[in-house]
Design a binder for this molecule. Structure first.
Ligand SMILES: Nc1nc2c(ncn2[C@@H]2O[C@H](COP(=O)(O)OP(=O)(O)OP(=O)(O)O)[C@@H](O)[C@H]2O)c(=O)[nH]1
Ligand SMILES: Nc1nc2c(ncn2[C@@H]2O[C@H](COP(=O)(O)OP(=O)(O)OP(=O)(O)O)[C@@H](O)[C@H]2O)c(=O)[nH]1
Ligand SMILES: [Mg+2]
Ligand SMILES: [Mg+2]
Lengths: 292, 278
């Protein structure tokens, strides 16, 4: 792992006497490799290494008896800071119902996460309503209905092929009519480069006025995370990110990429297929996971 | 070597950036660039950047290996198992594949072996309808092996040319789920000689290096024979398939380029190599 490799690097370098900046650069090359292997975006890695280099060339490393450990400490603390704070809460609207939109690429876990979120908020004393705005994918509506039943949350649905924006509006209107305080809108997966579908989301946002637009990102996403998160944020304005499938062994560098390019908080993480498998985001755990 | 201006460090760094951003990965990128340096050293003086890029494309083609077609049995039903982690596009790919075989005039049976995920069976039934293929299914919560068994029996009874089994998405780290998949494979082996003729691992083109671990684990569990690389219509390049081919010997056979019935293509290594540098 990285700690072992850095300690080995410094052991070899120290053998030659006093440490130099070039020695630190060599150590940082190991960090760079670790981050790239963890799927952190190439440019994000470059910026991160530049940021860390300054501290790594300071006294805390150069004068240390264990420079390898010091570099790890610096990298870990910088990475944790970049991961953001622990903001695993929903922004509620002063004027209910609070509307939450879940958006993202195909297959990232939106529908499952919608049900998980409804489950979580219900347990926190809220009265959520789910809205099946994916009128495109075969049996998507049915999928959300089955999950809704599982968590005991009603699902507003019309029919496959209906206008997604209209279904979303209907859902919010229904929530207001029956006194539900949270509306969670599941949307169809789409490519960030599909202008028509990105416009549809922008229109939906305009119509339902969400307090949260959460980008659902698969933890195994590679370099493309920066393009996806960046574009969704530019076109829609995101309020947060949910990282899914963290129960696997993907290092999850996409988390850093998404944070770096949007500045938005990662609010929750999906850690399984069950409806209970949604947890608050821990920046320090994510940082050590990425470093490996 | 006065015209070496195009072959300097900065140019190699640019190439490295392109490959890394295409998800080729650190090790495979290093291998490709070392191979390139060797070729550049032996190259004719005056050769410029374009020569190097063409060399690199040749290296990529070498890594990808020759095109390998989907396997087909000469008599009886060809059984194709479709596997992979959650959300990669398995069910959709089963539908597209069924449609392709139907267009060729073949009789196709789809097996709804994902008995776990909400509305997975309904989703496959819609695809079966679109493709003109029979769908063999049980109830949600049923035994995936039993569905596979029935799909094979139906294939024999109805003289189908293809049985395509859709399985539940599962993270390769879930040992019990990988055991379940092995069991499905054993059922199929018993029921039809030579089956499964093809075990397709469906990989999402947006995935990073974790795809290598997925490929390794699925290969060890159920002997993957080919990859279907989906969502190549996005901006991700799917470069991880280079390392998978090199380290595990698994070829890419199909690519998914959209969500429609016809959005399935045979893998074209030349097109893929070109797209890496586009
Ligand atoms: N292991 C694991 N699987 C997950 C997690 N979240 C979602 N999944 C699975 O990922 C697959 C895709 O989930 P969906 O909820 O259908 O994804 P989606 O984003 O709605 O997909 P589209 O609507 O097609 O864009 C399903 O098999 C889910 O069970 C998670 O945190 N862990
Ligand atoms: N853009 C694009 N989307 C695709 C492609 N292939 C599949 N999809 C979409 O990806 C999402 C997931 O597809 P599924 O077929 O449900 O994936 P799966 O692997 O069966 O998912 P699980 O069974 O839940 O593990 C759907 O929204 C599909 O329409 C592709 O080639 N391009
Ligand atoms: Mg969905
Ligand atoms: Mg499926």
């Amino acid at each position: 792992n990285l700690t072992a490799r850095l300690q080995e690097t410094f052991r070899r370098l120290r053998g030659k006497g006093k440490l130099s900046e070039r020695d630190v650069d060599e150590a940082l090359r190991e960090v760079r490799i670790a981050l790239l292997e963890a799927d952190v975006n190439f440019k994000v890695v470059r910026d991160f290494i530049a940021r860390v280099r300054e501290r790594a060339c300071g006294q805390e490393v150069m004068a240390s008896l264990t420079p390898g450990q010091q570099v790890i400490k610096i990298v870990n603390s910088e990475l944790t800071e970049l991961m953001g704070g622990r903001e695993s809460k929903i922004q509620y609207s002063p004027k209910p119902p609070t509307v939450i939109m879940l958006v993202g690429l195909q297959g990232s876990g939106k529908t499952t996460t919608a049900a998980k979120l409804a489950n979580l908020l219900k347990r926190q004393g809220k009265h959520p309503l789910l809205v099946a705005s994916d009128t495109r994918r075969p049996a998507a509506i049915r999928q959300l209905q089955v999950l809704g039943e599982k968590v005991g949350v009603d699902v507003v649905a019309t029919r496959e092929g209906d206008d997604a924006v209209r279904v979303a509006k209907q859902g919010v209107a229904r929530a207001a009519a029956i006194g539900r305080d949270v509306v969670i809108i599941d949307t169809a997966g789409r490519l960030h480069i599909d202008d028509e579908l990105m416009d549809e989301l922008a229109r939906m946002k305009g119509e339902v006025n969400p307090s949260e637009v959460l980008l659902v990102v698969d933890a195994m996403t590679g370099q493309d995370a920066v393009n996806v998160a960046g574009t969704f944020n530019e076109r829609l304005g995101l309020s947060g990110i949910i990282l899914t499938k963290l129960d696997g062994d993907a290092r999850g560098g996409a988390a850093l990429s998404a944070r770096a390019v949007t500045g938005r908080p990662i609010k929750f993480v999906g850690v399984g297929e069950k409806v209970e498998s949604l947890e608050p985001f821990h920046p320090d755990r994510m940082a050590s996971r990425i470093l490996g | 070597l006065g015209r070496k201006v195009a072959l300097d460090d900065e140019f190699f760094e640019e190439l490295e950036a392109i490959l890394l951003q295409a998800d080729v990965g650190v090790k495979a990128t290093a291998r490709l660039l070392r191979g390139l340096e060797a070729r550049a050293a032996g190259a004719r003086p005056g050769g410029g950047a374009n020569d190097l890029i063409n060399h690199l494309k040749e290296e990529v083609l070498e890594m990808l290996g020759p095109r390998e077609p989907l396997r087909k049995t000469p008599s009886g039903a060809t059984v194709i198992m479709v596997v992979g982690v959650n959300g990669t596009g398995k069910t959709t790919t089963v539908g597209k594949l069924g449609y392709r075989f139907r267009r060729e005039g073949s009789k196709v049976i789809l097996g709804a072996s994902d008995t776990f995920r909400a509305a997975a069976i309904e989703q496959l039934e819609i695809w079966g309808e679109r493709a003109g293929a029979d769908v063999i299914r049980h109830e949600e919560g049923g035994d995936p092996g039993a569905v596979a068994y029935d799909a094979c029996q139906a294939a024999k009874a109805r003289r189908a040319d293809y049985v395509i089994l859709d399985t539940a998405g599962r993270l390769h780290t879930r040992v019990n789920l990988m055991e379940e998949l092995k069991k499905v494979r054993r059922v199929v082996e018993r029921e039809i000689p030579g089956a499964p003729h093809e075990v397709l691992l469906v990989l999402d083109a947006t995935s990073g290096q974790n795809a290598i671990a997925q490929a390794r684990t699925f290969k060890d569990a159920v002997e993957v024979t080919g990859i279907a690389l989906t969502k190549l219509d996005g901006t991700a390049k799917g470069g991880v398939v280079l390392a998978i081919r090199e380290e595990l010997g698994i070829p890419v056979k199909l690519v998914g380029i959209g969500e429609g019935l016809e959005d399935l293509r045979d893998f074209d290594p030349v097109e893929f190599a070109e797209a890496l540098f586009a």
